[in-house]
Design a binder for this molecule. Structure first.
Ligand code: ACO
Length: 331
């Protein structure tokens, strides 16, 4: 049976308990709380403890979303784990989460790897599979363990990232249901792959002792280039998704951008003409958690009543690849 639309039933999120403040980082590297706040808006981030893994927070976020939606584990018929930092390269994070949640054997589970735009790519995939009748309850998780992939001696990158997970369940809907996903647009441009990369660990460069010594198994980034592309791309794709659906920025109640850093968010909002009071942020508490930033923001703003039923939500993300995306939802 096909549905005219898909809808997001509820949100869940999970963060490791360990808090790493800017002051903590300033004890280890040549930086300061003032520099990090001024350039990024980040005050602290969460970090997995030794022995904790991405699948721990991914499963916890999924359980929170299922509880909130009143959905039993036996109802889930597909798991999409959007991540760049799985527990292991094989098996997938999706498969690890499927086992952790005790889902029915045979329920498909796989990963979507599209940098920070991953969760929106997951929503687009889930939407198509729900509307064509392939699946009825798709768990879409954005979950990251980025602190395991940063070079803690590189002040250009290590201050930016944190660990966290957010999740939703996508199910069939009619156009007038709450939580309806209106549209998702996704783009990539592989020509700029080198401006944000994790060089070692793939076929191009095995993780040899030499590669590890040179910290090539960690995230490398040209911050200024990323900044310029991120602002341009997120503005363009936001305008694209609105125009395609006959909407304008004035129709948008909440703008939920990827939380890379506050300066990028403010520049995008300014260029779009979006007032600050309609822009959702949680980057000050969690840093950049990549695929988890949008679902964790949605969870927080919906749970405390700021995002209300019937409101139009515009979501936008940008990440390595390059990949960028925008989605519209009527909560
Ligand atoms: N503490 C103190 N000083 C620092 C730090 C730090 N943590 N990091 C860099 N600096 C220094 C630099 O070494 C440089 O010193 P120099 O002039 O002596 O060489 C100085 O600060 C200025 O460096 P810039 O790179 O010019 O600083 P900029 O104002 O561009 O800010 C930043 C850097 C915050 C990384 C910025 O470029 C940025 O926000 N880029 C986007 C990157 C991003 O958010 N990536 C996330 C992943 S991609 C995504 O999710 C969209």
């Amino acid at each position: 049976m096909t549905a005219t639309h898909s809808r997001l039933l509820a949100f869940g999120s999970a963060f490791p308990e360990r808090v790493l403040t800017n002051h903590d980082l300033a004890q280890r590297i040549d930086t300061s709380d003032a520099w990090i706040r001024e350039r990024t808006g980040i005050e602290q981030r969460r970090q997995l403890a030794d022995g904790e893994n991405n699948s721990d927070i991914a499963a916890a976020a999924a359980q929170a979303a299922m509880a909130r939606a009143g959905i039993d584990a036996s109802d889930i018929d597909l798991v999409l784990a959007c991540t760049n930092t799985p527990d292991r390269w094989l098996p997938s994070l999706g498969a690890a989460v499927q086992a952790r949640l005790g889902l029915r054997a045979g329920v498909p589970a796989y990963d979507i790897v599209t940098a920070c735009a991953g969760w929106l790519a997951g929503l687009q995939t889930a939407d198509a599979l729900v509307r064509t009748g392939h699946h009825r309850h798709v768990l879409v998780i954005g979950s990251e363990a980025l602190t395991r992939f940063v070079d803690w001696s590189d002040r250009n990158t290590c201050v930016l990232f944190g660990d966290g997970a957010g999740a939703t369940i996508v199910a069939p809907a009619q156009a007038d249901d709450g939580g309806v996903l209106i549209d998702v647009r996704l783009h990539s441009d592989g020509r700029y792959g080198d401006i944000m990369t994790l060089p070692a660990g793939g076929t191009a460069m095995p993780t040899t002792p030499e590669a590890a010594t040179r910290r090539l198994n960690c995230i490398h980034m040209d911050g200024r280039e990323v900044y310029a592309h991120a602002v341009r791309a997120m503005v363009e794709v936001s305008q694209e998704v609105l125009t395609r659906n006959g909407l304008t920025l004035g129709d948008v109640d909440w703008f939920v951008p990827h939380q890379a850093n506050l300066r990028i968010i403010q520049a995008v909002a300014r260029r779009l003409g979006m007032p600050a009071e309609r822009v959702a942020t949680n980057v000050h508490k969690y840093g950049n958690t990549s695929t988890a930033t949008i679902p964790t923001c949605l969870q927080e703003y919906e749970a405390d009543g700021r995002i209300r039923r019937g409101q139009l939500v515009l979501m936008t993300a940008f990440g390595g690849g390059l990949t960028w995306a925008s989605g519209l939802m009527r909560w």
